[in-house]
Design a protein around this ligand. Structure first.
Ligand code: NAD
Length: 407
């Protein structure tokens, strides 16, 4: 029988990695599940909801992880909590793998195996486990809703006896999962929507949502997508041309939503101070990349600021602001991954390190860091005693990269 533990998250994290639905599904494999009392409350899941789904409610985080073969988390657990886990327990969560390598190493040395869901390979079989998609989609929606709420005008055109209200212009920068949802949401609210991206495949997707695509479409643009479907770092010459095009466009926009990311790199700066200053007072910028350094030069992590009448929103953990949906989807992602590790005959845990999903997400195994990039980062900043501090706090959402460092 597999034992699964779910501790509570820190004060800045409203999501949880188990839903009553996924608890029931795990129960069908005979899993014993222990959740700390109150862990689901911020996602509107009561202890009773869990109990009805066959979960045992326990008093402390230590009780929740005690004896567990698998510990499901949203953020990195603290080292202190990891020390209460059994040797070889699998900790599965969004472990923020490329920040604080020393902290990860300390967790690994405590004897737990670590799996970071952000590293799930983007292959068809793993789509149901893709936390970046399930969470970014909600972030894209929330960005538009927040912008609309802060905007002193309406988004749709309205023709009334007293006059016509013009439609607002919304520009979405980065048309991945979050950006496409932002486009769809802004369209539904009646805005005039344009979008940009460096990947040529994004053009068709933007146009399929009836938005206009704005980008420098040169030879480099045609090659700008990696085999994994992600953006490449663009050359300085391309960035310059694109910035000139964007600068003209931005000056005319009411709302700009930025979502541009490059895996493992700082977010590219797409909105310079000059561009922001070219926007009309009352305009809104929502920087969804703020946790990775930000796409807007002036945005500040965790803050909503005003510059020359332009509001810059740099809220952290946007999916966590829709915890009910975010938890339900995230729990489903985790369930699918855990289910792939269960032997369907014996209902026992059958972890296969040769499976590409396990290999892709696995960061630490038997006390050692096994992810190459984390190991590299560790070499350049080896563990210090103070690095072993708990990380299940707001620290995990502070920016890890200086602005403008796109090298
Ligand atoms: P992401 O979060 O890494 O980046 C967001 C977007 O920013 C991307 O579209 C990227 O091209 C864009 N971007 C990067 N630099 C830019 C710049 N300088 N200017 C403008 N835009 C820039 O991306 P994502 O949302 O995770 O999606 C990346 C791709 O992966 C998409 O094609 C998506 O459809 C695909 N995807 C595949 C799967 C799967 O197969 N399982 C799942 C989800 C997403």
């Amino acid at each position: 029988m597999i034992t699964i533990g779910v501790p509570a998250e820190g004060p800045d994290e409203a999501r949880i990695g188990l839903s009553p639905d996924t608890a029931k599904k795990l129960g069908k494999y005979g899993a014993k599940i222990q959740v700390v009392s109150g862990a689901g409350l911020r996602s509107r899941i009561s202890d009773q909801d869990y109990t009805d789904a066959g979960v045992t409610i326990v008093k402390t985080d230590q009780d929740a992880v005690k004896g567990a073969d698998i510990v499901l988390t949203v953020r990195r657990p603290s080292l202190e909590l990891a020390k209460s886990m059994k040797q070889g327990a699998l900790v599965i969560g969004m472990l923020d793998p490329f920040s604080d390598a020393a902290g990860l190493d300390a967790l690994a040395k405590s004897g737990v195996d670590l799996f970071s869901m952000e590293l799930m390979p983007r292959i068809t079989r793993a789509q149901v486990m893709d936390v970046l998609s399930s969470q970014s989609n909600l972030a894209g929606y929330k960005a538009v809703i927040d912008a609309a709420a802060a905007f002193g005008r309406a988004l749709p055109m309205m023709m009334t006896a007293a006059g016509t209200v013009p439609a607002a212009k919304v520009f979405v920068m980065g048309a991945g999962v979050a950006g496409l949802q932002a486009i769809a949401t802004a369209k539904r609210l009646g805005a005039i929507v344009t979008a940009t991206d460096v990947r040529p495949a994004a053009k068709e997707q933007v146009e399929s949502l009836a938005a206009k695509f704005v980008a420098v479409e040169d030879e480099e643009f045609k090659e700008a997508e990696t085999a994994g479907g992600y953006a490449k770092e663009m050359s300085d010459a391309y960035k310059k041309k694109q910035a000139e095009l964007v600068a003209k466009h931005v000056a005319n926009q009411d709302v700009v939503i930025t979502t541009a990311l490059i895996p493992g790199r700082p977010a590219p700066i797409l909105l310079t101070k000059t561009m922001i200053e070219s926007m009309k007072p009352g305009s809104i910028i929502v920087d969804l990349a703020v946790e990775r350094g930000g796409n807007a030069e002036l945005s500040k992590p965790g803050e909503v600021i005003e510059h020359n009448g332009v509001t810059l929103m740099g809220k952290l953990n946007m999916p966590g602001l829709l915890p009910v949906n975010a938890s339900a989807l995230y729990a489903k992602n985790l369930f699918a991954f855990v289910e792939s590790m269960i032997d369907k005959e014996s209902n026992a845990l059958a972890l296969n390190w040769d499976d590409e999903l396990v290999k892709g997400t696995g960061i630490a195994k038997a006390g050692e860091i096994v992810n190459e990039r984390v190991a590299e980062a560790l070499k350049s900043s080896p563990a210090k005693p103070e690095a072993a501090k708990p990380t299940q706090t707001s620290e995990t959402t502070t920016p890890k990269t200086p602005k403008g460092d796109t090298t």
